[in-house]
Design a protein around this ligand. Structure first.
Ligand code: 6GU
Length: 250
């Protein structure tokens, strides 16, 4: 997958792309990450990328010309450029999720424009972006951290990016449930013991315990996720039972 990021702060991406799974994914040619400085697509002496909002008000607005020019120039050699999603990171976008990550991972190319919270000219929203994504209900001063979140979540879904030992299939959210507790050695640390079942070697029982832990943890912390999770009758009973018990103790 080729990912092109348009930003006013290209330096923010240097460590990001040269660390951990990206470095390996890039070396193995599974991912190509290109960072473009929007300022390089201006033609005036001062390389101006923002301007005052028409109608007045606080803050500056990102100008349309350099962003349109940047997107059009990096799409240039591509015959199927109409199929390349152009994602604008913005707090008013659709809320990012594992589902959206899976959807984006199907593409051969992605273009991500890092917006800034004062806003980008509406013509970028309407006539250039094909998708608008927010990573949560809070305000960031720029879309760069959001772009990193999207790129991280998407690239780890590309076949071959994760080694088998890092398999993504048990991760929190992949089955609509939070992840079960993980332990490593030592078996006893400061009097805190690893649950006995994990030392038993009984893989069937371990899998059962983990699933149960995932369900209970999700019920406790993110009950709204349970509606869409695939629970069987026994699991639904278990959640109800535990919740009743919790209420009784209080
Ligand atoms: Cl994508 N951008 C900004 N500026 N703030 C955000 C966001 C994005 N998602 C949540 N808050």
């Amino acid at each position: 997958m080729r990912i092109d990021i348009l930003t006013l702060f290209p330096k923010m991406f240097t460590d990001f792309s040269s660390t951990g799974i990206f470095q390996r994914a890039i070396e193995n040619k599974l991912v190509e990450l290109n960072i473009y400085n929007i300022r390089d697509y201006t033609h005036d002496k001062h390389h101006i990328v923002d301007d005052y909002p028409y109608g007045g008000g606080a803050g500056m607005v990102m100008k349309p010309e350099p962003i349109f020019e940047a997107v059009e120039s990096i799409m240039q050699p591509e015959e199927n450029s109409k199929k390349v999603p152009v994602i604008l990171t913005t707090p008013r976008g659709r809320l990012f999720s594992q589902e959206i990550a899976k959807e984006l991972a199907q593409n051969e190319r992605l273009i991500i424009i890092c917006g800034h919270y004062e806003g980008v000219d509406e013509r970028i929203h309407r006539n250039l972006a094909t998708d608008e994504i927010s990573i949560g209900d809070y305000v960031l001063s720029g879309g760069e951290p959001a772009a990193m979140v999207i790129v991280d979540a998407v690239t780890r879904l590309i076949p071959g990016v994760l080694g088998s030992e890092e398999s993504a299939k048990d991760d929190s959210h992949s089955a609509g449930l939070l992840e079960y507790p993980q332990y490593t050695r030592p078996a006893v640390f400061r009097d805190w013991e690893v649950p006995e079942i994990l030392l038993s070697g009984n893989h069937g029982e371990i899998a059962k315990w983990r699933r149960e832990q995932s369900v209970l943890r999700t019920a406790e912390r993110r009950p709204e996720l349970l509606n869409r999770a695939d629970l069987n009758k026994k699991e639904i009973e278990m959640v109800k039972e535990k919740y009743e018990n919790l209420f009784k103790e209080e």
